[in-house]
Design a protein around this ligand. Sequence first.
Ligand code: HEM
Length: 278
Amino acid sequence: MTMENYKLFLFTLSSACVVGILAIIFVLRWVLHFQPGLGWDGGLAEFNWHPVLNVCGFIILQALAIIVYRLPWSWKRSKLTMKIIHASLNLVAYIFAVVATVAVFDYHNLSKIPNMYSLHSWIGMVTLILYCLQLVLGFGLYLMPSTPISWRAAFMPIHVYSGLLLFTSVIAVALMGITEKLIFSLTNPKYNSSPPEAIFVNILGLFLVVFGALILWIATRQSWKRPSEQTLHSLNSKGGDEDGTRVSTVLSQLSDGTEGEAVGETRKRNNKLDDRVN
Ligand code: HEM
C-alpha cells in the first residue's frame, strides 16, 4: 500500500463517516421534528423506533463491522481480537434490527394494521432471517476453535459474499421502507407535491445509497485488506530480529500508511492464502 492509496483510504473512510453521521442526524430529525417523536406506546412514536434503529443499528453498525478489519490502526491487534469485535458489532446490529421489528409489529397489532403484506416487509424479514444464519454460521466457523481450517477456508468466500449481499439488501429494504412511509404519512400535502418532509427524507435515502457505495468500495479493495498473519510472520523471519522489532516497525509503518513496496508485494502474495484460512 503506497502513501497515495492510504490517503485515498482515509478520504473514503472520512467521507463514509460524514455521510453515515448525516444519515443518523437526518433519521432522528425526521422522527423528532416531522413525525410525533419516539416512545413505546403502541402508536406512531413506537413505530418511529423502526427507522431509527434500522438506520443507526442495522445499517451503520453493520457497516462498521464490515470495515473493521480494514482500519490500519487495528492491525496491531490479534486476529482473534478483531474477529470478536467484528462478531460483536454484527450481533449488536442484529439486536437493534430485532427491536426495530418488534416495534413495528407491536404498532401494527395495536392499531389493527395487517402484518407482512408489503414487499418491504417480505424482503426485510428475509434479510433478518439470513443475517441470523450468517451470525450463527460465522460464529461456528470462525470463533469455535474446534472447526477444521479446511471448512473455514471453504466457507470464507461464501461468508464474504453473503455479508456484502446482506448489507446491500438491507440498504435496499430501507429505501423501500422510506418510500412507503412517505406515501402513507404525507396526505396533505401529498408526497407527489414535494413538501419539505418529502425532500428531507429523500435526501436521507440518498445518504444511505452513498454510504453503502463507500462501504462496499472500502470492503472490496484488495490493497486495503488487513495484512495476512503469514506476511507478518515472514517479515519477522526474514528480518531475523530475535525481539521482533522489525515486525513492530513494519506494523507501525502500516498504520502510518508508509508501507514499503516490498511489504506490499509480500502482502499481495500472502493475502490470497489468508483469504482461504481466516
Ligand atoms: C433497514 C432495514 C429494515 C428492515 C429489515 C425492515 C423490516 C420490516 C419488516 C419485517 C416489517 C414488517 C412488520 C409487520 O408486518 O408488522 C416492516 C414494516 C415496515 N417498515 Fe421496515 N424495515 C427496515 C427499514 C425501514 C425503514 C428505514 C423505514 C422507514 C420508515 C421502514 C418503514 C416500514 C413501514 C412503513 C412498515 C409498515 C408497512 C409494511 O409492513 O411494509 N422500514 N419493516
